[in-house]
Design a protein around this ligand. Structure first.
Ligand code: HEM
Length: 131
Protein backbone atom coordinates (compact mmCIF):
# COMPACT_ATOMS: atom_id res chain seq x y z
CA UNK A 1 0.00 0.00 0.00
CA UNK A 2 1.05 3.59 -0.37
CA UNK A 3 0.70 6.26 2.25
CA UNK A 4 -2.10 7.93 0.28
CA UNK A 5 -4.37 4.91 0.73
CA UNK A 6 -7.55 6.03 2.50
CA UNK A 7 -8.43 4.27 5.72
CA UNK A 8 -11.74 2.32 5.93
CA UNK A 9 -14.86 4.56 6.04
CA UNK A 10 -15.86 4.06 9.66
CA UNK A 11 -12.69 5.63 11.10
CA UNK A 12 -13.90 9.13 10.25
CA UNK A 13 -17.13 8.50 12.18
CA UNK A 14 -15.26 6.81 15.02
CA UNK A 15 -13.12 9.92 15.28
CA UNK A 16 -16.22 12.04 15.77
CA UNK A 17 -16.50 13.58 12.31
CA UNK A 18 -15.19 16.88 10.99
CA UNK A 19 -15.21 18.78 14.27
CA UNK A 20 -12.84 16.30 15.89
CA UNK A 21 -10.59 15.98 12.83
CA UNK A 22 -10.36 19.78 12.72
CA UNK A 23 -9.48 19.87 16.43
CA UNK A 24 -6.76 17.27 15.82
CA UNK A 25 -5.15 19.18 12.93
CA UNK A 26 -5.27 22.44 14.92
CA UNK A 27 -3.75 20.88 18.03
CA UNK A 28 -1.06 19.15 15.94
CA UNK A 29 0.21 22.46 14.54
CA UNK A 30 -0.23 24.30 17.86
CA UNK A 31 2.02 21.70 19.49
CA UNK A 32 4.52 21.88 16.64
CA UNK A 33 4.80 25.62 17.33
CA UNK A 34 4.96 25.27 21.12
CA UNK A 35 6.98 22.20 22.02
CA UNK A 36 10.80 22.33 21.95
CA UNK A 37 10.77 18.57 21.26
CA UNK A 38 9.38 19.31 17.76
CA UNK A 39 11.75 22.15 16.90
CA UNK A 40 13.38 20.41 13.91
CA UNK A 41 9.97 19.55 12.50
CA UNK A 42 8.82 23.16 12.97
CA UNK A 43 11.99 24.41 11.27
CA UNK A 44 11.20 22.31 8.19
CA UNK A 45 8.06 24.47 7.73
CA UNK A 46 7.78 28.07 6.60
CA UNK A 47 7.04 30.99 8.94
CA UNK A 48 3.26 30.47 8.77
CA UNK A 49 1.51 27.17 9.44
CA UNK A 50 -1.91 28.49 8.34
CA UNK A 51 -2.13 26.79 4.95
CA UNK A 52 -0.64 23.58 6.36
CA UNK A 53 -3.38 23.50 9.04
CA UNK A 54 -6.16 23.68 6.48
CA UNK A 55 -4.52 21.19 4.16
CA UNK A 56 -3.88 18.62 6.87
CA UNK A 57 -7.50 18.94 8.06
CA UNK A 58 -8.86 18.50 4.51
CA UNK A 59 -6.48 15.61 3.80
CA UNK A 60 -7.22 13.74 7.04
CA UNK A 61 -11.00 13.89 6.46
CA UNK A 62 -10.56 11.90 3.23
CA UNK A 63 -7.74 9.69 4.52
CA UNK A 64 -9.98 8.60 7.42
CA UNK A 65 -12.75 7.71 4.98
CA UNK A 66 -14.81 10.91 5.27
CA UNK A 67 -15.40 13.73 2.76
CA UNK A 68 -12.72 14.18 0.09
CA UNK A 69 -12.14 17.90 0.70
CA UNK A 70 -8.46 17.75 -0.20
CA UNK A 71 -8.95 15.85 -3.47
CA UNK A 72 -11.79 18.20 -4.49
CA UNK A 73 -9.46 21.17 -4.13
CA UNK A 74 -6.07 19.84 -5.20
CA UNK A 75 -6.59 16.48 -6.93
CA UNK A 76 -4.69 13.35 -5.96
CA UNK A 77 -2.65 13.98 -2.77
CA UNK A 78 0.69 12.71 -4.20
CA UNK A 79 1.90 13.20 -0.65
CA UNK A 80 5.35 11.74 -1.18
CA UNK A 81 5.99 13.96 -4.19
CA UNK A 82 4.65 17.02 -2.36
CA UNK A 83 7.07 16.36 0.51
CA UNK A 84 10.16 15.93 -1.67
CA UNK A 85 11.18 19.60 -1.28
CA UNK A 86 11.57 18.98 2.47
CA UNK A 87 14.40 16.95 3.98
CA UNK A 88 12.60 14.16 5.84
CA UNK A 89 14.73 11.66 7.76
CA UNK A 90 14.15 9.49 10.82
CA UNK A 91 14.23 12.48 13.16
CA UNK A 92 11.62 14.48 11.26
CA UNK A 93 9.47 11.38 10.87
CA UNK A 94 9.63 10.59 14.56
CA UNK A 95 8.90 14.17 15.61
CA UNK A 96 5.88 14.24 13.27
CA UNK A 97 4.59 10.98 14.78
CA UNK A 98 5.21 12.08 18.38
CA UNK A 99 3.50 15.43 17.73
CA UNK A 100 0.50 13.69 16.17
CA UNK A 101 0.31 11.17 19.00
CA UNK A 102 0.39 13.95 21.60
CA UNK A 103 -2.33 15.80 19.67
CA UNK A 104 -4.48 12.63 19.53
CA UNK A 105 -4.10 12.27 23.29
CA UNK A 106 -4.96 15.90 23.99
CA UNK A 107 -8.10 15.98 21.81
CA UNK A 108 -9.24 12.74 23.44
CA UNK A 109 -9.07 10.21 20.61
CA UNK A 110 -10.30 6.95 22.12
CA UNK A 111 -7.40 4.64 23.05
CA UNK A 112 -8.18 1.75 20.66
CA UNK A 113 -8.55 4.13 17.74
CA UNK A 114 -5.41 5.97 18.76
CA UNK A 115 -3.36 2.76 18.70
CA UNK A 116 -4.69 1.90 15.28
CA UNK A 117 -4.09 5.38 13.84
CA UNK A 118 -0.59 5.41 15.32
CA UNK A 119 0.22 2.43 13.08
CA UNK A 120 -1.35 3.97 10.00
CA UNK A 121 0.41 7.28 10.59
CA UNK A 122 3.69 5.42 10.96
CA UNK A 123 3.27 3.81 7.53
CA UNK A 124 2.41 7.11 5.87
CA UNK A 125 5.17 9.07 7.61
CA UNK A 126 7.81 6.40 6.96
CA UNK A 127 6.87 6.31 3.26
CA UNK A 128 7.52 10.08 3.19
CA UNK A 129 11.18 9.68 4.21
CA UNK A 130 13.55 10.91 1.53
CA UNK A 131 16.87 10.87 3.43
C1 HEM B 1 7.28 12.57 8.14
C2 HEM B 1 7.48 13.82 8.50
C3 HEM B 1 6.77 14.98 7.85
C4 HEM B 1 7.31 16.21 7.65
C5 HEM B 1 8.70 16.68 8.07
C6 HEM B 1 6.32 17.01 6.97
C7 HEM B 1 6.48 18.32 6.58
C8 HEM B 1 5.61 19.05 5.82
C9 HEM B 1 5.85 20.38 5.31
C10 HEM B 1 7.10 21.20 5.55
C11 HEM B 1 4.76 20.74 4.60
C12 HEM B 1 4.53 22.09 3.87
C13 HEM B 1 3.63 22.94 4.73
C14 HEM B 1 3.25 24.23 4.06
O1 HEM B 1 2.84 24.22 2.88
O2 HEM B 1 3.34 25.27 4.72
C15 HEM B 1 3.83 19.63 4.64
C16 HEM B 1 2.63 19.63 4.01
C17 HEM B 1 1.70 18.64 4.15
N1 HEM B 1 1.82 17.50 4.91
FE1 HEM B 1 3.50 16.89 5.82
N2 HEM B 1 5.20 16.26 6.78
C18 HEM B 1 5.42 15.02 7.29
C19 HEM B 1 4.53 13.98 7.34
C20 HEM B 1 3.22 14.06 6.94
C21 HEM B 1 2.24 13.02 7.12
C22 HEM B 1 2.51 11.67 7.79
C23 HEM B 1 1.06 13.48 6.58
C24 HEM B 1 -0.29 12.84 6.49
C25 HEM B 1 -0.69 11.85 7.27
C26 HEM B 1 1.31 14.81 6.07
C27 HEM B 1 0.39 15.61 5.44
C28 HEM B 1 0.65 16.79 4.82
C29 HEM B 1 -0.26 17.51 3.95
C30 HEM B 1 -1.67 17.07 3.56
C31 HEM B 1 0.39 18.66 3.52
C32 HEM B 1 -0.12 19.71 2.55
C33 HEM B 1 0.37 19.30 1.14
C34 HEM B 1 0.06 20.34 0.09
O3 HEM B 1 -1.03 20.29 -0.51
O4 HEM B 1 0.88 21.21 -0.15
N3 HEM B 1 2.62 15.12 6.30
N4 HEM B 1 4.37 18.63 5.39
Amino acid sequence: MTGDTPQPPNLFDQMGGEARVKALAERFYDLMDLEPAYAQLRAAHGPSLDSARDKLFWFLCGWLGGPQHYVERFGHPRLRARHLPFAIGIQERDQWLACMDQAMGEVGVEEGLRVRLRQSFFQTADWMRNQ
